[in-house]
Design a protein around this ligand. Sequence first.
Ligand SMILES: [Zn+2]
Length: 246
Amino acid sequence: MVLQRSASAEHNKPNMMHEELLHLLCPNVCIVCRKGLVSGETYCCSSCMAEFDSFSTPSASEEMLRHTIASRFGGKFNFEKGWCHYLFHKGSTLQQALHSMKYEGLFNLAGNFGRQLGEWMLAGSDTLDIDCIVPVPLHSLKKIERSYNQSQKIAEGIAKVLRKPVRSDLLMRKRNTRSQTGLSAGSRKKNVDGAFQALAGIASDHLLLVDDVVTTGATMAAAAAALRNGGAARISIAAVALAAKE
Ligand SMILES: [Zn+2]
């Protein structure tokens, strides 16, 4: 059975609850195609995962991330290193999997994406001198609504591989912003500008800032600016996916 999914996921609660319930009742089916999972598969079957558009190498992902962010921010947002595992296309199996992760409470799936991302980071570098991992925070009201922060779970997955601490206490979202989905690049920047606040006097030298998807980089830029204000010297960024320009 393939269920219809709405592009405006946030306004589709009854269907989401139906899907969440379906997953609870049938945990052994693929969250994308609903076929039965076999041994070794969790949440997503291997044929759906094979459709995910992975970057060829970590450095290829960094290059595209730099290009995407430079095209929006010029030299105003400089980051130390950057990683993303997949290229995100609208309507793809990856979009369906990430949608389930974000809105259907499948936090173990977020952890799996995080572990994959951590391994991807290690594959591209022998020396990762990151001090700690900082997830992009949700506003407390949104966290109550969604029950968990997907970036936190992704960060925890990365932490298991890199063996570095997750420091969610370093950054908070002081303003409850609307979803970036459907906003133009300019509106995305305006929506998150000044939305974050970091703890003063951050002692860590090199932070890894983590989010689920980078589209224009506006959220990462606003969060990084707050961390710099708090005293962070170097900031690297990692996301499960980078949105393809379509
Ligand atoms: Zn599948």
